[in-house]
Design a binder for this molecule. Structure first.
Ligand code: FES
Length: 105
């Protein structure tokens, strides 16, 4: 599994998603509840950036229609989104947040 540097740990604010591009793939990096998660940044319902939404209870909410995606599985917990968004493995090395674009689920 190949990991690439997404950002520095110090660049993240708790519950504030950070959008990065990794090999042309938009990824939202989220630090919450003592962990760092990486999810595909585009909502599975329409072309909306999830990193512009709010984070709560280990979910990221799409600001347009309100579907909330579990940061651990990528699964939506409410309509209108029905398909999960990809989630990616994260590794922390020193101050570096590393992400593997291998899809976890
Ligand atoms: S665009 Fe995200 S729920 Fe509709």
């Amino acid at each position: 599994m190949t990991f690439v540097r997404a950002c520095g740990l110090g660049e993240l604010e708790e519950d504030t998603p950070k959008r990065v591009e990794l090999d042309g793939t938009p990824v939202s990096i989220v630090q919450t509840e003592g962990e760092v998660f990486a999810v595909y940044d585009i909502c599975s319902h329409a072309n909306v950036s999830l990193s512009e939404g709010e984070v709560d209870d280990c979910h990221i909410e799409c600001w347009l229609h309100g579907s909330r995606f579990d940061l651990r599985s990528g699964k939506p917990d409410a309509l209108p989104a029905t398909r999960p968004v990809p989630v990616y493995p994260v590794k922390i090395e020193g101050d570096d947040v590393l992400v593997s674009l291998t899809q976890e689920s």
